[in-house]
Ligand binder design. Structure first.
Ligand code: CA
Length: 221
């Protein structure tokens, strides 16, 4: 598991890298924003640990650029203690998790493992949401105990929404997830898949927040 550690405080960087190496990750460290941005653009990492205050280019800008460019690796941001606005901004910019400084290395390792596991699809296989049950092993979705007949694209889209519930997912991110780097992908393809899914699930689960993206809600009573 290849991890990029972006941190300009040499003591923290060393401690984090040693702890991750000891836990079986393969770490690379980087202390400057533009360098970090470039590496995340051009190299494939399984996880990035990203400090926000960096020389050159700040962590939030780096993260926004990566996400805008479709770079989808899990990113855990390191925030200042008590700086809740940093967390909110970080999550909005596409962070998968955050850890306030100072933190315990055990906590960092646990979060890092969880993110990598989730990204590689080996998290808990069963996810319940309202009357829906997603079974990651069987790649199936059931509604009130009845297995729904979904196409591969429909399954991947609804599974992504369930895995990222509580967050509005931009259409660009859904496209990236469903089609990868395929240049011919189009936003209205997502709309078409959502329409079919709504017919199968009922209209209450998938909500379109105009200008923001899609989000999973509980079904209406
Ligand atoms: Ca810093």
């Amino acid at each position: 598991m290849r991890v990029l550690v972006v941190e300009d405080d040499p003591m923290i960087a060393t401690d984090v890298c040693e702890a991750l190496d000891g836990a079986g990750f393969l770490t690379e460290s980087c202390a400057e924003g533009n360098d970090a941005s470039f590496r995340g653009d051009t190299e494939d990492y399984d996880l990035v640990i990203l400090d926000l205050g960096l020389p050159g280019l700040d962590g939030l800008s780096i993260l926004k650029q990566w996400r805008a460019a479709g770079r989808a690796m899990p990113v855990l941001i390191l925030t200042a203690r008590g700086a809740w606005s940093e967390r909110v901004e970080g999550i909005e910019a596409g962070a998968d998790d955050y850890l306030p400084k100072p933190f315990r290395m055990e906590e960092l390792i646990a979060r890092a493992r969880a993110l990598v596991r989730r990204a590689s699809g080996h998290g808990s296989a069963i996810h319940d949401h309202g009357d829906l049950r997603l079974d990651g092993n069987r790649m199936s979705l059931s509604l009130r105990g009845k297995t729904l007949n979904l196409t591969g694209l429909e399954y991947r889209l609804v599974a992504y929404l369930i895995h990222h519930r509580g967050r509005t997912i931009p259409v660009t991110e859904l496209l990236e997830h469903l089609y990868g780097d395929d240049e011919s992908r189009e936003a209205n393809a997502i709309e078409a898949i959502i329409t079919r899914l709504r017919r199968k699930l009922g209209s209450g689960y998938i909500v379109n927040r105009r200008g923001f993206g899609y989000e999973l809600r509980g079904a209406p009573e």
